[in-house]
Design a protein around this ligand. Sequence first.
Ligand SMILES: Nc1nc2c(ncn2[C@@H]2O[C@H](COP(=O)(O)OP(=O)(O)O)[C@@H](O)[C@H]2O)c(=O)[nH]1
Ligand SMILES: [Mg+2]
Length: 411
Amino acid sequence: MPPPEKLIGVVGKTNVGKSTLFSAMTLAPAKIANHPFTTIEPNIGVGHVRVKCAHVELGLPGCNPRSGLCISGQRFIPVKVIDVAGLIPGASTGRGLGNKFMDDLRQADVLIHVVDASGSTDLEGNPVPPGTQDPVEEAEKILNEINEWFKATVTRIWESKISRYIASSQAPLDLMVQNLSGLSVKRHHVIEAVRRAGLEGKPFKNWTLEDVGLFAVTLREISKPVIIAANKIDVPIAADYVKELKKRFGDENVIPVSALGEYILRKAAQNGLIEYIPGDSSFRVKEASRLTGEQLKALKLIEENVLKHYGSTGVQELLNTAVFKKLGLIVVYPVEDENRFTDHYGNILPDAYLVPGNTTARELAYMVHTELGESFLYAVDARRKRRIGEDHILENGDVVKIVAAKSKREA
Ligand SMILES: Nc1nc2c(ncn2[C@@H]2O[C@H](COP(=O)(O)OP(=O)(O)O)[C@@H](O)[C@H]2O)c(=O)[nH]1
Ligand SMILES: [Mg+2]
């Protein structure tokens, strides 16, 4: 089984820039190889995390990604992003609530919560003069909405499915995990939530609805962690609100973003007007004569208000934070030739897998091919030229060859 697919959800009220952010994230930075995902629905797109490619440290001239791409030593690895249907306050109690919203949110493993840090849209999404809405209040309301929705959903599942059987269940934890799996909740999330909610000593069958509610909100925090995208930082007034959002939600949970800025830069790069690599702190105009006065002005504004002030548009940082900090994934490169770092066709570092932080060598073997997992003998840490056993826990950036009784080609 290939590495577990993770889905990043973009949420927020109307008009904060969700769709702009989604477009910016999913606009490929260059002509791109295919992506590894089987199902892509209309509001699901492919974005990329950015890491320094292993080929650089290995002293190789380049690499041949099977999916994603590598530009100037920066490897872009595909991840799935979903533009969640708009959310308005009161949604969890039925107001303006489409099944669509719930269905989208259910599937997400991490949420990017877009807030209008310029304070220029009210809670219903209507435009108002910049600075007249409090983004901190907006963020609290939406977060609360998500928690209430999750609590209501978990409580409903508890009442209709779990509570009836839990008293007689042989394996109550399995029953919980199974019934909550539709919310993209995994076993370790449930265990962690029970612990953090202080319910460890209390058998499931004795839980009150209050316990279920507390468990649900804790489970939401663990299974769908949130990053706040403080959007529209190209509007100068946003700077003060960014500070306040950071004070309220913590530095590590708030990322200043200009979705529109990133979109403009990627479009201009795609059209060959500028040189820009997503996540960079600068861009270079190729031929000023091909740009209109308006375009030059827009680029200048992004440079002054966004890049010079914040160091980047924040869009790449959002994706990287979601995948590496919130989901705790690491990058590993499976290869077939541990000396040339290639597959058997000679492609250099063809795959960069995003895998959970505690993945073992044998688990990686299963991800490459079931047969390799089943007939696993040992693996080779190709960077250090060292044999590793099945229980060896992989580290970020590892390049690994699997040695099995049956090779992938025979399988
Ligand atoms: N100034 C500025 N405007 C933005 C930014 N991102 C989005 N917008 C504008 O905000 C409005 C709503 O954007 P949209 O993406 O449709 O919001 P959604 O309803 O949340 O999907 C549009 O007019 C966008 O051009 C940004 O980073 N800066
Ligand atoms: Mg939209």
